[in-house]
Design a protein around this ligand. Sequence first.
Ligand code: CTP
Length: 409
Amino acid sequence: MDKPKVVLGVAGGIAAYKACELLRRLTESGHDVRVVPTDSALRFVGAATWSALSGHPVSTEVWSDVHEVPHVRIGQSADLVVVAPATADLLARAAHGLAGDLLTNTLLTARCPVVFAPAMHTEMWEHPATQENVATLRRRGAVVIEPAVGRLTGVDTGKGRLPDPGEIFEVCRRVLARGVSGPDLAGRHVVVSAGGTREPLDPVRYLGNRSSGKQGYALARTAAARGARVTLIEANTGMTDPAGVDVVHVGTAVQLREAVLKAAGEADAVVMAAAVADFRPAVYAEGKIKKKDGAEPAPVALVRNPDILAEISAERARPEQVVVGFAAETDDVLANGRRKLLRKGCDLLVVNEVGERRTFGAEENEAVVLAADGGETPVPYGPKEALADVVWDLVVPRLGRARTGEAGG
Ligand code: CTP
């Protein structure tokens, strides 16, 4: 079988050197990579480096090797185009269909999935011009991964860092695996909650649960690779923020509710994968609760937490919004699941059977996805990402057709 053909576009930003690592990962994992830098990218990393690492000649403009019509051929024959780093200027040129150099020509002729990994200063990323260009590219079906937050060039810190090359590679791998129909969540905004809430009792103790957050992270990662803008609301997972995703960190059920309601306001889909504590201590002790010699411990009074899933299902922020819940059951799994689906009022409910060594913290999962319209989709034991993809496969046809802007493609 021919090696998958990847075009690595490199725009002129300081993070260009990190694209060498992405290139190395792509070639070492059996991809045939053609690097197409811009002129300014070559001011950061020279053509000799790209050429030696990729095993192909490198050119920036359309006038070299004209007999091979590279400005058309490179894009047409690619299975994936990934631009890392994508500068504000490159995003603007791509959004407006300019074709002044080989990379922008390649973007216009490519009919395969396209991934942009932007990197720039926070102000440039947040500028309405850049945000509108990103929204345009996403509506057209491109996967634009969110920049990471951290140290930028110089002394600044903020959003705008190129995500770790290993993480960009993972996004590319997933996008390639799904092929041309892959970015079916492009132009959509999805919200995923993950992890388990902790309800403080005093400054050192809490009521918590055993949710690892792995299923929620798998949902966030797969949604990003399918082109969605993703807000991941995580509670106490201790995991590294996934690439290409906006992450909001919370601790308690009340904080989770606030974050979910805020993000859900403009979301096309909300997936509640977090394990939310149903109860919290009625009283929070400002000082550490001390044991008293000989005395029995005082009982802990609990009060109910708000049911976030039921609330967002009942009061849809948008008429076409799709809401997905999770249920962990130990007995009578399907019957309990059906009852819970009705009670919560969501569109889909992913029902897991839980028990010792099952689901919590595991890398694999097995579930049945129940739909409010009567559907029942069993998902065999397998990686949490496979279950995540089934969830999105079921969400996509339920999303409203009212996607604004251009058609995909
Ligand atoms: N959930 C929520 N808010 C809560 C409790 C749960 O949004 N206060 C969400 C979870 O994120 C999950 C779903 O509801 O998507 C199912 O949670 P589960 O704890 O299984 O449901 P319960 O309503 O607690 O039902 P039971 O205790 O009867 O199992």
